[in-house]
Design a protein around this ligand. Structure first.
Ligand code: GTP
Ligand code: MG
Length: 174
């Protein structure tokens, strides 16, 4: 499951991972309004990638205000299945309050979770090093830098996704 603020690049990342244009993207936030589930086969393993609506955007409200009404409802249904989660964070904005809150929530709710830094192509080398350091300290977790634009980090991210998707012995539904 891909979780993150509106416009962080969730849908773009699904397209980059699959090298297909299957998820709809937009320069304006609030594009994805439903949970879209993609069944992917990779190296003989089938898994589902779930593209969720973003949080932190509600049309008609201030951009950093409450969640869209759909988000809570959709998230509840998806979370009942206890999927593994990737929190996508814009590498240009490490440590936003809404992302910290999401990480706290995910850590307690998802089966397993990891952090992905998106749009890394937008940062120059020095900024990138600083942002990665800050992200790692804020989330106290390994962070994978990616760019859906250039394809950077896709191999590493696939490895992470496959490892997060492995069924746990303790979960009979996995
Ligand atoms: P919602 O569905 O509204 O929650 O947004 P989203 O998280 O699915 O974002 P989406 O994939 O639609 O991308 C938002 C914007 O960011 C689009 O204009 C993308 O082209 C741009 N974008 C996404 N990934 C990258 C990236 O790696 N690099 C750059 N430069 N732009 C990106
Ligand atoms: Mg989207």
């Amino acid at each position: 499951m891909l979780v993150g603020r509106s416009n962080v690049g969730k849908s773009s990342l699904i397209n980059a991972l699959t090298r297909q244009t299957i998820a709809r993207t937009s320069a304006a936030p609030g594009k994805t309004r439903l949970a879209n589930v993609y069944r992917i086969e990779r190296a003989g393993t089938a898994l589902h990638l779930i593209d969720l609506p973003g949080y932190g955007y509600a049309s008609g409200h201030k951009a950093d205000g409450g969640r869209q009404p759909e988000f809570g409802e959709i998230a509840r249904v998806v979370f009942e299945r206890t999927p593994a989660a990737l929190l996508l964070v814009d590498s240009r904005h490490p440590g936003l309050a809404s992302d910290r809150a999401a990480w706290q929530w995910l850590s307690g709710t998802a089966a397993r979770a990891a952090v992905v830094a998106t749009k890394i192509d937008k940062l120059a080398r020095g900024e990138r090093i600083r942002a990665m350091r800050e992200l790692q300290s804020v989330f106290d977790a390994p962070v994978v830098p990616v760019s859906a634009g250039t394809g950077e980090g896709m191999e590493e991210l696939w490895k992470l996704i496959v490892s997060l998707s492995k069924p746990r012995r303790t979960n009979p539904n996995a």
